[in-house]
Design a protein around this ligand. Structure first.
Ligand code: FAD
Ligand code: NAP
Length: 338
């Protein structure tokens, strides 16, 4: 383990943005992590914690010590009659972890197949897809307190999970490094196929009595058909969150745009599909030189190669302004901006 200088982060972020890290180090266990944090470089510089770099837009060189989390381990911690506590090290690749859970006949994460990134970042924004969020399967996590250098445990309530939110993105931002995440998974399948696209895909594949592996395969097939693979086209997934609005705001939008796509959160609040708002404002597929809005999914901004983070940021600002002008709704970025 050595701290390197002036390292290009291009291979470490899925947008493929070529910015430099002032200092860079990769850690493979907690002991190394603590040693790094005690070093003069760590004490005298800002820290930047990096997982798979799939939820980041880097708009400039990173004037910090970048700590790439590569702590690996998948471990059954408890084996109960009906459930299992399965732990993943922060540096485990999320999709590999989901595949491993299915191999071990531990069920519940199948809807979250093929999400890029690492296990350690999964609680940061309570990753979710196809009707499941990690908070639904989460037991606790361990995180290193950057002041005390001691490991602390956070249960579900302490993480204050919300829609693409957690306490680590808000109140405790920059104060902890997540080292391990533990999930409570079921030994018998309890499938969630309520999300329309999964049902359609299973039907297309002729599967009427799906297993968790079938659901995982269906999710993988849907994702591969709609989303750009970051290995081919740089992107960070959905750039914006779906805004939640009140019934009266929804009705006002509906009076001008009867086709607006909305889902009930509760009787008074509705989630608008941000992808629909952006597409209907004319942005889908728009290309500005080397970057733009993905042609199949308007929520995803893309780098076709050689774009600058600041240009993509400017595009996101233009989209926010255009959507606000058209519908009176302000989009929030989901991607972390540096
Ligand atoms: P990074 O991008 O490396 O980091 C994200 C943030 O977390 C940064 O602020 C970083 O400092 C912090 N961080 C990372 N690791 C740690 C740690 N161990 N301790 C403390 N802080 C840490 N997201 C979804 O929710 N659902 C989806 O369906 C989904 N689909 C996607 C599809 C594509 C094609 C892409 C490119 C992205 C998608 N995402 C999705 C977004 C992204 O994959 C997730 O948010 C993922 O959890 C990010 O993990 P990461 O390891 O890449 O985090
Ligand atoms: P989609 O199926 O085209 O649906 C558009 C939006 O409508 C989604 O954002 C989803 O909200 C919402 N939606 C659809 N069916 C729903 C239902 N039955 N109940 C409640 N909400 C519903 O979406 P997509 O872009 O292809 O993405 C599919 C799934 O993968 C979504 O869950 C999405 O969040 C997730 N995904 C996330 C990212 C990311 O980077 N965050 C990237 C790609 C895909 P939700 O987003 O709240 O589910």
């Amino acid at each position: 383990m050595s701290i390197q200088q002036q390292i290009s982060l291009k291979p470490y972020n899925t947008f493929g943005l070529d910015v430099k890290a002032k200092y860079f180090v990769e850690v493979t266990d907690e002991h190394q992590l603590i040693e790094v944090l005690k070093s003069d470089i760590a004490v005298n510089n800002e820290l930047f914690i990096l997982g798979g770099g799939s939820n980041l837009l880097l708009t400039k060189d990173v004037d910090a010590l970048v700590i790439k989390m590569s702590i690996k381990a998948v471990q059954v911690l408890e084996d109960f009659e009906e459930e299992v506590l399965l732990a993943g090290g922060a540096g485990e690749e999320w999709h590999e972890f989901v595949m491993k859970s299915l191999e071990l006949n531990c069920f519940g994460l199948e809807n979250l197949s093929l999400i890029p990134g690492c296990v350690g970042a999964s609680p940061m924004q309570n990753i979710g897809a196809y009707g499941v969020e990690i908070k639904d399967r989460f037991e606790y996590l361990e995180a290193l307190n950057l002041k005390t250098l001691k490991i602390e445990k956070f249960d579900n309530a302490a993480c204050e999970f919300g829609y693409r939110e957690s306490v680590f993105k808000r109140k405790l931002k920059g104060q902890y490094i997540i080292t391990k995440v533990v999930f409570r998974l079921s030994k018998s399948p309890k499938l969630n196929t309520s999300y329309g696209a999964i049902e359609v895909e299973l039907k297309n594949q002729g599967i009427s009595n799906p297993t968790p592996k079938d659901v995982s395969n269906a999710v993988i097939a849907i994702r591969q058909s709609k989303l750009p693979d970051p290995k081919e086209i740089g992107n960070s997934g959905s750039f914006f969150k779906n805004p939640v609005v009140t019934l009266s705001v929804l009705n006002k939008i509906k009076s001008n745009y009867p086709d607006v796509v909305a889902y009930e959160v509760d009787k008074q609040n509705f989630k608008l599909a941000a992808g629909w708002l952006i597409e209907n404002a004319g942005w889908k597929g728009k290309t500005i030189g080397t970057y733009g809005v993905h042609k199949k999914q308007a929520l995803v901004l893309v780098n076709y190669g050689g774009a600058l983070g600041k240009d993509i940021y400017k595009l996101s600002a233009d989209i926010i302004a255009s959507v606000e002008e058209k519908y009176g709704v302000k989009l929030e970025r989901e991607v972390n901006i540096y």
